[in-house]
Design a protein around this ligand. Structure first.
Ligand code: NAD
Length: 357
């Protein structure tokens, strides 16, 4: 069955994407191609050594480094970094890292309109979206704005090689969740569905190879290819139950981002299979089980992903409140979001059992 739909609207941002081992060495060329001369280089504190490497690579084209990107993009840091970008006369941004560093670049772009080059080192996919999540006084809000969509993405597998295996697995499942939910999004297009399937296939094939040999750069590159496809889907279509549940668990119970996605994915997909069986058929086929949630569960176990919310620090006594919050603000989902059924889903996900429909 093709992904043809009788009605759809597709709109594509003008993003330049390059893949290749060592493509980061063309950074100055990419800066000049944007018509820019002075890049502010961004990383987390843990990846500050990369900021130094990239500043050396850029030479006179480096305006400075800012190495305090943090999870959930705190507004205070974004304001400080934006002021620093102005102070050093930066005319573009280079974000090297995962979703946290990309988030900081986007937050600065929102405030300054500077163009962004992103060099991803995880599979989160933020580099391919016009979405920015920010926190202020502990409250996380999300916005979508063309201003925050990065202009250039450089995917260099040599930079993702250092991602520890446990983070490799959870980050990959985080990316796969974008694609799985993209398949039943109301505003999906034939192309986003094609990208979803190809992104899931890339992870299905390459992730086990990366786990067997984390230095396998061809397999690493294929997982980055999956991340690009899945991230692009996230940027183009609306998400549903899976992302809302993860948002609730991360925002209200401070659970870690990628790990939470990894645990919830099979359960959310099993839940939604009842309302989107045809749309999820490619997942069932790719992961070799009539039940798409069960196929994803087996895959997650085979790559030793975390499977239980209790192992991420959630208390059993929190499950009632989590179910209340997840069912409180109504949103579109292929299957109605019923509090009782969500509570059962959370119980199973908490204990780490196989998903139930
Ligand atoms: P992250 O960016 O927070 O990185 C986690 C840690 O791993 C950091 O310390 C980082 O420095 C380190 N790290 C990253 N790459 C590494 C590598 N190759 N080797 C060694 N260490 C490395 O994690 P993430 O999961 O990529 O991003 C999570 C954040 O991104 C969340 O805040 C999430 O909300 C956001 N996000 C946003 C979007 C969007 O479209 N706006 C999409 C996905 C995720």
């Amino acid at each position: 069955m093709s992904f043809f739909r009788e009605e759809f609207a597709a709109q594509w941002p003008a993003v330049r994407v390059r893949f290749g081992l060592g493509v980061r060495y063309d950074l100055v060329e990419e800066i000049k191609r944007l018509g820019c001369r002075h890049a502010l280089i961004l990383t987390t504190p843990e990846q500050a050594h990369l900021a130094d490497d990239f500043a050396a690579l850029c030479g006179d084209h480096a305006a400075g480094t800012f190495t305090r990107a943090r999870m959930h993009t705190p507004v205070a840091i974004s304001e400080e970094a934006s002021a620093y970008a102005r102070e050093v006369g930066a005319d573009c941004l280079v974000a090297i890292g995962g979703g946290s560093t990309t988030g900081l670049g986007k937050a600065i772009a929102l405030r300054t309109d500077l163009p962004q080059i992103v060099v991803p080192t995880t599979y989160a996919g933020s580099e391919a979206t016009p979405i920015l999540g920010q926190t202020n006084d502990g409250v996380k809000t999300t916005l979508t704005d063309a201003k925050v969509q990065p202009e250039v993405i450089l995917y260099d597998a040599e930079l993702v090689r250092s991602l520890p295996v446990s983070m490799t697995v959870t980050s990959a499942l985080n990316a796969m969740a974008h694609a799985a939910e993209g398949l039943y999004a109301r505003n999906r297009t034939p192309l986003t569905s094609l990208m979803s399937v190809e992104g899931l296939r890339a992870f299905r094939d390459a992730l086990p190879q990366v786990i067997a040999d984390p230095d396998d750069l061809r397999a690493r590159a294929e997982t980055l290819y999956g991340a690009w496809l899945c991230g692009t889907v996230l940027g183009q279509v609306g998400m549903a139950l899976h992302h809302k549940l993860c948002h609730t668990l991360g925002g209200s119970f401070d659970l870690p981002h990628a790990e939470t996605h990894a645990v919830i994915l099979p359960h959310a997909i099993a839940y939604n299979a009842a309302g989107a069986r045809d749309e999820l058929r490619p997942v069932a086929e790719l992961f070799g089980d009539d039940e798409p949630g069960m196929g994803l569960h087996r895959f997650a176990r085979s790559v030793t992903a975390p499977t239980a919310l209790q192992d991420l620090g959630l208390k059993e006594s929190d499950l009632d409140r989590a179910a209340d919050l997840a069912a409180k603000n109504p949103y579109w989902n292929p299957r109605p979001v019923e509090r009782g059924a969500i509570r059962r889903l959370l119980q199973v996900a908490w204990a780490g059992g196989p998903p139930v429909a």
